[in-house]
Design a protein around this ligand. Structure first.
Ligand code: FAD
Ligand code: NDP
Ligand code: 3IO
Length: 388
């Protein structure tokens, strides 16, 4: 591949990258979207389980300039959302370059341009884009977090990460352990149990279980009421619904769910039926996993159990630090935006990040709008200077 000049390079054709491209299209700004996978929105197509429904109501889950029609269900299914993204791409005529991985990006002080090194994963060819602006939209969930447990390799059964789990059909009648009780682990445990697997889940820390409906009542009030009042309201409603969750091995943190989301970027667990199954004993809660010795999995309360399969629902992380160097002022150790919200999206010399502030879909939609507006303003002022 040759050297190619373009105004804006967008890294990642997830929804953040696509939204940014759509907003640039609205400003008629030339750009290219580079995507490592062979499809757009790879997280939704390839790295999520079948029964997934969005946790937030549809009005929090739409991309810029393309609202959901009134007929759309409140909590969209994964397939419905994928369909929406496909329509978005068609509507804005977006044409990402697939199977093209960005390997590095650096700013050339001399000609004040970004040099973005890419590899065509089909041909192995290396190429370069020269751009005035780079937007990285590589996601907060790009790489699996896989813990190493002592002697893990001695387990004869299957061990997979939650991103490879699709449904529970092959686990019927099997003993399955889910490690991790974030939103993925809790819903996968429910799915396994519904599919007839004998299901256990490791809960090693305190967490907030909140109802999806209650959260959707409280979310729109964020504009009018302080978080601590909303947390009191949400926890009161959850208490009426769930009672004291600590009786069943789930202790709530001292601080409220929305406060923790806001200050520590910890997502609450949105319950879609798992808690009832824990209460009824259909799903067993176990403490931290210590080691694996052949068939035996040992927990920190001393008990040891046997499992046919383990699903590691232990989360994901950003990968941007691997290829983007010299931007430590913008990206923290965790590969997420480091600058304070809402000014987290803009770096120096035309560098931007979209979707790395842990603000869900509507957060990345805001990022896309802000970034495209900013690039448009810069280009206009640049043109005005040239004319003067
Ligand atoms: C199972 C699951 C369910 C979720 N549900 C919700 C929800 O209901 N509501 C919500 O608000 N959020 C949800 N999230 C959070 C979710 O991460 C975001 O909403 C959204 O998908 C993020 O989009 P993104 O474009 O930022 O990242 P991604 O969708 O991860 O897209 C990033 C893209 O960049 C590509 N890429 C990465 N590095 C490179 C590189 N070097 N070169 C080229 N391409 C690269 C990747 O292949 C990927 O396609 C969910 C997350 C998970 C894991
Ligand atoms: N329907 C939807 O909208 C869905 C949305 N999501 C979103 O996707 C993102 C990723 O979620 P998810 O995949 O659940 O990842 P998370 O990072 O949210 O959760 C990971 C979980 O694994 C636990 N864990 C990590 N390491 C270990 C270990 N060694 N032993 C035991 N437990 C461990 C963590 O516990 P600890 O807290 O102790 O570290 C935590 O409970 C989130 O933003 C989530 O909200 C996910 C699924 C569905
Ligand atoms: O509003 C935010 O800060 C978000 O990140 C959106 C969001 C995604 N999942 C959630 C769960 C509870 C509260 C907000 C969110």
């Amino acid at each position: 591949m040759e050297k190619e000049k373009i105004e804006v390079v967008i890294v990642g054709a997830g929804i953040a990258g696509l939204a940014t491209a759509a907003c640039l299209t609205m400003h008629a700004i030339p750009h290219v979207i580079l995507e490592r996978e062979d499809c757009i929105a790879s997280l939704w197509h390839k790295r999520s389980y079948d029964r997934l429904h969005l946790h937030l109501a549809k009005n929090f889950c739409q991309l810029p300039h393309f609202p959901h029609p009134p007929s759309t269900q409140t909590f969209m299914s994964k397939n419905h959302f994928i369909n929406y993204i496909d329509n978005y791409v068609d509507h804005f005529k977006l044409q990402p370059r697939l199977r093209c991985e960005v390997e590095s990006a650096s700013f050339d002080e001399e000609d004040e341009k970004w040099r973005v090194a890419v590899q065509d994963l089909e041909t192995g060819e290396i190429g370069e884009y020269v751009a005035s602006f780079v937007v990285f939209a590589t996601g907060e969930n790009d790489q699996m977090v896989v813990p190493e447990f002592q002697d893990m390799e001695t387990l004869p059964g299957e061990v997979i990460h939650s991103s490879s789990y699709r449904n529970g059909s092959k686990y019927k009648g099997k003993d399955v352990l889910v490690v991790g009780c974030g939103n993925s682990g809790m819903e996968i445990a429910l799915d396994l149990s519904d599919s007839g697997a004998k299901t256990s889940i490791v809960v090693r820390n305190k967490l907030h279980v909140v109802s999806r409906e209650f959260l959707s009542w409280v979310m729109p009030l964020r504009k009018f009421l302080p978080i601590y009042i909303l947390d009191v309201l949400l926890l009161f409603l959850c208490y009426l619904k769930y009672g004291d969750t600590s009786k069943y091995g789930i202790q709530r943190p001292k601080q409220g769910p929305l406060h923790l989301k806001e200050t520590a970027e910890i997502y609450p667990v949105i319950d879609v039926g798992t808690y009832q199954k824990i209460k009824s004993g259909d799903i067993e809660v176990l403490p931290s996993l210590v080691s694996i010795k052949g068939n035996n999995v040992v927990f920190n309360n001393g008990i040891s159990r046997q499992f046919d399969a383990i699903i590691l629902a232990t989360g994901n992380k950003s990968s941007v630090k691997e290829w983007l160097k010299g931007a430590d002022y913008l990206i923290g150790e965790d590969g997420m935006s480091k600058q304070k919200y809402p000014n987290h999206w803009k770096g120096r010399h035309g560098l931007y990040c979209a979707g790395l502030a842990r603000k869900g879909i509507y957060g990345l939609a805001d990022d896309a709008l802000s970034i495209a507006d900013d690039i448009s303003d810069l280009l206009k002022s640049h043109d005005a200077k040239k004319l003067n």
